[in-house]
Design a protein around this ligand. Structure first.
Ligand code: HMG
Ligand code: MG
Length: 316
């Protein structure tokens, strides 16, 4: 480590030179908090993330407010952040969600499919194929308006109800999402059970099916402490888009045992040490997560936030 609280830079071979971080803290993080965060605090969170150098910040979801009450203020929040010079994707499960997002000028949306029937039912009240049918008009209408569409796929590595998820099952739904017109996919390890060999195997199967790493992002939850190892494995396979959540906030209210996402700070620490450019100011990001932790009333689970945040260093 260097004296200014940054890792020494020692590049490794066969890694990308630049990684795009898709920040999900304001959406995946806050959707799972017991306490609903006041809208102005959410807006401040998004603004501070942008000031820390994040360029893609998932802002909120236009889902049914009864299903995710924590994000029921999407209509109020989005206009409070939409002037920021960053990409602000939002989740839309159906045409009703798309209408709400487009009415506020959203230029990036995400649909969210499941590789398993159990989670499709729990999260979307649909079978896998019914959910895909629900997304089809969303994607085609969004594309007709030149709106960027991300396709999430949950439970790619394991499911709390069904256990192991066969790789071909994941490949099938990924193919449907891309055929539908999604611009990129994000492979969700919703409950954080993936390990690096599994990541490499899935990426290889997708590549063999004509879906290259350049079309993919990875979305690891950190339940078993594997998120960073899985991310490194994905980078070694050529993936350059990584989802992460400031302070390691996160989870999914409709998936038993889903905990926080890979913490953005832990990711930035590793990438910086590897000499991979992210354009992020780690100090500002840590300060933002430490500030958010005070609003949530509990410390950040991110090891890097804990190591670098002011309170911890004062105690040492
Ligand atoms: P449903 O009950 O089947 O809805 O829920 P419906 O289509 O039967 O409609 C029922 C009523 O809801 C209707 O109103 C609709 O208008 C209304 P009524 O006519 O009865 O008055 N409605 C809506 N209202 C506002 N906004 C909407 C909307 N849609 C319908 N968008 C539905 C189906 C998809 C709506 C529901 O299941 C839902 O909202 N689910 C969202 C669940 C969610 O947000 N989960 C978390 C995000 S996914 C995630 O975290 C995983 C991820 O991080 C990746 C990973 O980690 O794996 C992305
Ligand atoms: Mg998630």
């Amino acid at each position: 480590m260097t004296v200014d609280g940054l890792p020494m830079v020692v590049p490794a071979r066969d890694l990308p030179t630049r990684v795009r971080i898709h920040e999900v803290g304001a959406r995946d993080g806050l959707q799972n908090e017991k306490a609903t965060v006041p809208t102005p605090i959410k807006a401040e969170f998004v603004r501070r993330l942008a000031e820390a150098g994040l360029t893609t910040i998932e802002a909120t979801s236009f889902v049914h407010p009864k299903w995710v009450p924590q994000l029921a203020d999407a209509e109020q929040l989005f206009p409070m952040v939409s002037d920021l010079p960053v990409a602000l994707p939002v989740l839309v499960p159906n045409e009703r969600g798309l209408d709400r997002a487009l009415a506020l000028g959203a230029r990036r949306v995400a649909v969210f499919a499941s590789a398993t029937e159990s989670f499709a039912k729990a999260n979307l009240n649909r079978t896998v194929d019914e959910a895909l049918a629900m997304f089809e008009p969303v994607v085609s209408r969004a594309k007709a308006e030149d709106v960027h569409v991300r396709g999430y796929l949950s439970m790619c590595f394991g499911d709390p109800w069904e256990g192991e998820v066969p790789v071909p099952q994941v490949v099938r739904v990924c193919t449907s999402l891309l055929d539908m017109g999604c611009d990129e996919l994000s492979l969700g390890d919703t409950i954080g059970v993936a390990t690096p060999g599994h990541v490499v195997a899935l990426l290889a199967a997708l590549d063999a099916a004509g879906i290259p790493p350049s079309a993919l992002g990875v979305h690891f939850h950190d339940t078993y402490g594997q998120a960073l190892a899985n991310t490194l494995a994905a980078l070694q396979q050529g993936v350059t888009t990584v989802d992460a959540s400031a302070g390691g906030l996160g989870g999914c209210p409709y998936a038993k045992s889903a905990t926080g996402n890979l913490a953005t700070e832990d990711l930035v620490w590793m990438l910086r040490g590897l000499g991979i450019d992210t354009g992020i100011d780690l100090g500002r990001l840590v300060a933002t997560s430490a500030w958010m932790a005070t609003h949530l009333g509990r410390p950040s689970p991110s090891r890097t936030v804990r190591a670098l945040s002011h309170e911890d260093t004062e105690e040492q």
